[in-house]
Design a binder for this molecule. Structure first.
Ligand code: ADP
Ligand code: ASP
Ligand code: MG
Length: 407
């Protein structure tokens, strides 16, 4: 007997038919003698619909109230899922994040899980129930409902698997595993049988939506056995996230390509080139809990320099406002924002032992006339910021140039 956490995304609960289908799979696992915890997302499109509705009332919605209403999408699907199980004669109970007590910090719309009370779930499992938990949501220490950021149901699933010391966490979605890149953008993309945890973490952090980054972080921290599978196919092993590099296999140089349209660029022009300037610019941004991704500061010329960084598009106006309030103190000539950017990243542990990876990337982009605005690297990643309109082209040509279309 194993304890399995199964997470089903929005398309897997999009209508009654699919919920019934999900329930049949859960029933089969249950019939094999396993204990099953099911985590569900809202029906596909529902979270977007709720956010749009909020914006009709308040263009920049209050974060606490936004979480209050956006979290209802998952409350609908847990009830429906439990009913679908009961209809098959399977004992089931559903819980919201607050009822489980998935305790988070108070960073509304992007809260982090601090702890999970597993007592209630364990008792229900021991009594023979399938436990259905709402993804994407929690409760802070003051009893406020919080949400975990877009794609956060993945994190609910993996965090529950960690808390319950589950034997496996299965992420059921609308593709049958992790691909070399998003198969919707590059039809030649191939499914990977396995991918190292490090690579998955990097792909997720660079925007590959198949797993939310925090779910991968949890899997790494608690060594959760994590697998991505199709909810539409009965067969298939999906993709396993592995913790050891298989050194008997020859590693490809690049394992995958991620892209991200969600960032915006902030440029602070003509700032005095003196100690403390980076802190003066980024301090207020950090104090406002705005995440910063790529940061670039040019070498100074004539005593001034330019400072550029990226933030989530949702937070661009807030970041610009904060900096413009302090423009005089900073001594900047101009503060500019650009939303029409995209980030494309190539990822692979094989990069460690190969030279010429960056030059092949830059040559491939140059041949298409794609200008690189920013570059950021780590040991196993090279990311470039380019004009948004070339994003898909860049992903396609890089996928080919690195031979990812070939087995
Ligand atoms: P769910 O609603 O099940 O959580 P998501 O839409 O969040 O599903 O994530 C699955 C989607 O991620 C796929 O439909 C695919 O378009 C996209 N995706 C992006 N990068 C990859 C990749 N490398 N491998 C597989 N899917 C990817
Ligand atoms: N429903 C939430 C979203 O759309 C959480 C999730 O699907 O993982 O972002
Ligand atoms: Mg998702």
């Amino acid at each position: 007997m194993a304890l399995i956490v199964q997470k089903y995304g929005g398309t897997s609960v999009a209508n009654p038919e699919r919920i019934k289908n999900l329930a049949s799979r859960v029933a089969r696992y249950k019939a094999l003698g396993h204990q099953v915890v099911v985590v569900v997302s809202a029906m596909s499109g529902e979270t977007n619909r709720l956010i749009a509705l909020a914006k009709e009332i308040m263009p920049d919605p209050d974060p606490r109230e936004l979480d209050m209403m956006v979290s209802t999408g998952e409350q609908v699907t847990i009830g429906l899922t439990a009913m679908a199980l009961m209809d098959l004669g399977v004992k089931a109970r559903s819980y919201t994040g607050a009822q489980v007590r998935i305790v988070t910090d108070s960073a509304f719309t992007k809260a982090r899980i601090l702890k999970i009370d597993d007592e209630r779930i364990r008792a229900d499992l021991d009594a023979g129930n399938v436990v259905v938990v709402a993804g994407f949501q929690g409760v802070d220490e003051h009893g406020n409902i919080t949400t975990l950021g877009r794609g956060g149901s993945d994190t609910t699933g993996v965090a529950l698997a960690a808390a319950l010391k589950a034997d496996e966490c299965q992420i059921y979605t609308d593709v049958d595993g992790v691909y070399t890149t998003d198969p919707r953008v590059v039809p030649e993309a191939r499914r990977l049988k396995s991918i190292t945890f490090e690579e998955m973490l990097e792909l997720a952090s660079q925007g590959s939506k198949v797993l939310q980054i925090r779910s991968v972080e949890f899997a790494g921290k608690y060594q959760v056995k994590l697998r991505v599978l199709s909810s539409f196919e009965e067969e298939g092993d999906g993709t396993l996230i592995t913790f050891e590099e298989e050194d008997n296999m020859e590693q490809p140089i690049i394992s995958g390509i991620a892209f991200n349209r969600d960032e915006a660029k902030v440029t602070v022009l003509g700032v005095p080139d003196r100690p403390g300037i980076a802190y003066q610019i980024l301090g207020p941004i950090a104090d406002a809990n705005i995440d910063v991704d790529i940061i670039i500061q040019n070498t100074g010329a004539d005593g001034t320099t330019d400072f550029t960084f990226t933030v989530h598009k949702n937070e661009l106006n807030k970041a610009l406002g904060l900096l413009r309030d302090k423009q005089k103190d900073i001594g900047a000539r101009e503060i500019a924002g650009d939303e029409k950017i995209a980030k494309v990243s190539i990822v692979g542990v094989g990069m460690r032992s190969h030279v010429g990876v960056a030059s092949l990337m830059f040559k491939t982009l140059a041949e298409e006339g794609i200008n690189i605005q920013m570059i950021s690297t780590s040991e196993i990643k090279i990311a470039v910021v380019i004009d948004e309109k070339y994003m898909e082209l860049a992903v396609r040509v890089l996928h080919k140039a690195f031979g990812l279309d070939k087995a």
